[in-house]
Each structure stands twice: as structure tokens, then as C-alpha cells.
Design a protein. Structure first.
Length: 73
């Protein structure tokens, strides 16, 4: 995954890890690599207000268009 991180683009950002995990699972089922980037304080303390629970869903740039299409369905 380290070499992939240079190529990652933000697909979208959501509030809370539960929604992020659902989206990750859906993309995983289409064999799209996903990295979730959590705002650390929100993840540690379970806070989901004022942006502290924000999770960025990152995918390689080469999968970005396909991932957007899948989520739009």
C-alpha cells in the first residue's frame, strides 16, 4: 500500500467511520483499493461533530472514475 499512497486521490469525505467502512466494503467488492484516512482525535474518542469524525476515502487515481460511477449507482 505504501507505493500506492503517492497516487491516492480523495474520492469523498464522510462523517463517521461506520459510513466510511460501508463505502470501503462496497468498493472492495469491485476490487478497488481503498485507504481510509481518519482525523485522529475523532477516531480515538469517537467524536463525530465539528469535523472531528471526518473520514477521507482515498483511492488510486486510476480507479477514481470507476469508484465514482459505482457510488453513483
Amino acid at each position: 500500500m505504501d507505493s500506492m499512497q503517492d497516487d491516492l486521490k480523495e474520492l469523498l469525505a464522510v462523517e463517521g467511520s461506520m459510513e466510511a467502512e460501508i463505502i470501503k466494503s462496497k468498493l472492495d467488492s469491485f476490487h478497488i483499493p481503498v485507504l481510509l484516512r481518519f482525523e485522529s482525535a475523532g477516531h480515538i474518542f469517537g467524536i463525530t461533530m465539528n469535523g472531528l469524525g471526518k473520514v477521507k476515502i482515498m483511492v488510486p487515481e486510476s480507479f477514481l472514475a470507476e469508484a465514482r460511477k459505482i457510488l453513483a449507482e
